[in-house]
Ligand binder design. Structure first.
Ligand SMILES: Nc1ncnc2c1ncn2[C@@H]1O[C@H](COP(=O)(O)OP(=O)(O)O)[C@@H](O)[C@H]1O
Ligand SMILES: [Mg+2]
Length: 249
């Protein structure tokens, strides 16, 4: 299914202050892949994700989502295809109630009352946040906000789910729930994370960014076994791959 393809070619991004956040990034992700983008702070992960549905415009290079090159004429269609969960849920939630926030996308798609209600219910149920529907988002805990932010994106039925640090700020139980949800999502998933154990569990493929460049792109296990690569990119092995601190095994 070509409409789930994500192709980034020679992407460069320079912020107005002159910071070159992405130097020359290329990769291709096909339908149904679950891909992690990892790297130290400042490696360019968020800058890269923000390009995938046009929140940031490319300085150089090109992006293709499915059958469409990303440009001003295709932006709306691409935002329908690519669901983006920002790192900070406060950037995503802005309506007076959780219901209004989750309904916002479906209403914009032109859906009618019953369908909107159905989508909101289903999306909130999937993130275990049905009980929050009448609350103002700003009153929720960090984990509650995160779940609702994810629901706003699921309610749009995206073909490609993009998340920036999805487990940051979640307690262990909420993290587990979110991982189960991500496992369940059938289409393409792309996310950045410092939670390397989550990456190991959920992503068969990992792209390592370092100083705005792709340093490695391959099977997640191979990446985490490459100690020289991890050290050079200021990364560590997931806990699950480190020796037991008690028995040394
Ligand atoms: N709005 C901005 N203006 C200028 N520089 C920025 C801006 N946002 C990020 N940067 C810089 O771009 C680089 C990449 O940042 P970012 O994409 O946030 O990395 P990561 O998500 O991997 O931590 C860093 O050097 C960061 O300081
Ligand atoms: Mg970031």
């Amino acid at each position: 299914m070509s409409h789930h393809l994500v192709e980034v070619k020679n992407l460069r991004h320079v912020y107005p202050d002159g910071t070159e956040a992405l130097r020359d990034v290329s990769f291709r992700i096909t339908h149904g892949e679950s891909v992690a983008i990892i790297g130290a702070n400042g490696a360019g992960k968020s800058t890269l994700l923000l390009h995938l549905n046009g929140y940031l415009a490319t300085s150089q290079g090109s992006i293709r989502i499915g059958d469409f090159p990303l440009n001003p004429a295709t932006l709306l269609e691409i935002r329908r295809t690519v669901g983006m969960v920002f790192q900070d849920p406060d950037d995503q939630l802005f309506m007076p109630t959780v219901f209004d926030d989750v309904a916002f996308g479906p209403l914009n798609l032109g859906l009618a009352g019953d369908e909107v209600e159905e989508r909101v219910q289903e999306a909130l149920a999937r993130v275990g946040a049905g009980h929050l529907r009448d609350k103002p988002p700003y009153r929720l805990s960090g984990g509650g906000k995160k779940r609702v932010a994810i629901a706003t994106v699921l309610a749009m039925s995206p073909d490609i789910l993009v998340m920036d640090e999805p487990t940051s700020g979640l307690d262990p139980f909420a993290r587990r729930q979110l991982m189960a949800l991500l496992k369940d999502f059938q289409h393409t998933r792309i996310f950045t994370s410092h939670d390397l154990d989550m990456v190991l569990e959920l992503c068969e493929r990992t792209i390592v960014l370092h100083e705005g460049e792709v340093r490695a792109d391959g099977p997640t296990l191979d990446i985490f076994r490459d100690e020289a690569l991890l050290a050079a990119c200021r990364l560590e092995k997931p806990f699950a791959m480190q020796g037991c601190p008690v028995c040394g095994g």
